[in-house]
Write a protein that binds this ligand. Sequence first.
Ligand code: NAD
Ligand code: LMR
Length: 327
Amino acid sequence: MKNPVHVAVTGAAGQIGYSLLVRIASGQLLGPDQPVVLRLIEIEPAMGALEGVVMELQDCAFPLLKGIVPTCDLAEGFNNASWAMLVGSVPRKAGMERKDLLGINGKIFTSQGKAIQENAASDIRTLVVGNPCNTNCLIAMNNAPDIPKDRWFAMTKLDENRAKTQLAIKAGVDTTEVKNLAIWGNHSSTMYPNYFDATIGGKAATDVITDEAWYKDDFIPTVQQRGAAIIKARGLSSAASAANAAIDTVANIVRKTPSDDVFSVAICSQGEYGIEPGLMYSYPMKSDGEKLSVVEGIELNAFSKEKVVATENELKEEKAMVADLLP
Ligand code: NAD
Ligand code: LMR
C-alpha cells in the first residue's frame, strides 16, 4: 500500500467542493491505488457546512480515504500537502466579468501563497480554480517565491472540454474524436480556442467543419460565454463540470499525453509565442508524466495572432490591477 498523498482543497464547503471531494476521495484524482488525506480549508462562517460535508465523506466509506482534516487555519490546511486545489473564492453573478472579482478575491491568494510555501510538502503543485483563476494564481505564485514557477497552474481545461464538445456536436461525432484543441490565454471572455490546429477523426477540423462563419460567429462566442450562459440558466456558476475539469487537469499533468493530442492549462509563461514572461497564460501543453512542455512550432495565422495577443493584453491589465498584491 502506498503512503497517502495529502490533497488540500480550499472552498471545500462550496458548490465545486461538493462535486470535487467525492471524486478525489474515490481515487479519480490520483488513481485507484493511491490513498489520500483530504485537508479541507474553509473560512470560519462555513465551518458548520463543512462539518456536514465531512460527515458525508465519512458516510461513503471510501477505501482510499485515509484521513480528513477540516480547518480554517491555513498552516494546518496546507501542512504536508502535495497538491493544493485553490477553489475557495466568490463566484461572479450574472452581468459580471470574472476580472470584476479581483477586488474581492485577489487578496485571498496572497496569504494562501505564503501558507503554501511555508507548510506544504516539497513536491507541492497548485491548481487555481477560483476566479479570475489566471491572475489569482499569479498572485499566489508571486507570494511563494521559493516554490518553482513550474508548479503553479490555473484551470482552462473546462473551456477545452466545452470547445471539444461544441466541435463534436457540429461534426456529429463522439467527443473522443476531437483532439488537439487548446485554449490560449485567459479563462475569460477573451480566451481563444484555436480551432485551426484541432483535429476531428484525425483530419483538420477546418476540413471537416468547413463553415468559417460558424467558427467565428458561433463556436468562439459560445465557448467564451459558456460560463455566463450557465450562470444565466442555473442562477449559479458551473460546479459539476468545473470539478470534472479540475480532475481532468491533474490527470493531464501527471500522465503522459497521447501523441495525437494536447491539453490546456495556464502556466507561468517563459515568453513562448511572444507572450510576456511571468503571466499565467494557457497554452497547448504536453506532459511526459513528470514534466510539462508548451507545444512548439504552431503556426498562428493573422486571425489567431490577433486573438492570442488580445487575451494576453487582458492578462497584462489584470496584472496591473493587482500590482499591490505582487511583492
Ligand atoms: P461557492 O460560493 O459555492 O463556494 C466557494 C466556497 O469558498 C465557499 O464555501 C466559501 O466559504 C469559500 N471561501 C471563500 N473565501 C475563502 C477563503 N479565503 N478560504 C477558503 N475558502 C473560502 O463557489 P463555487 O461555485 O464553488 O466556485 C468557487 C470559485 O470557482 C468561484 O470563484 C468560481 O467563479 C470559480 N470557478 C472557476 C472555474 C474555472 O474554470 N476556472 C469554473 C467554475 C467556477
Ligand atoms: C465557468 O467558466 O463556468 C466559471 O469560470 C464560472 C464563471 O464565472 O463563468
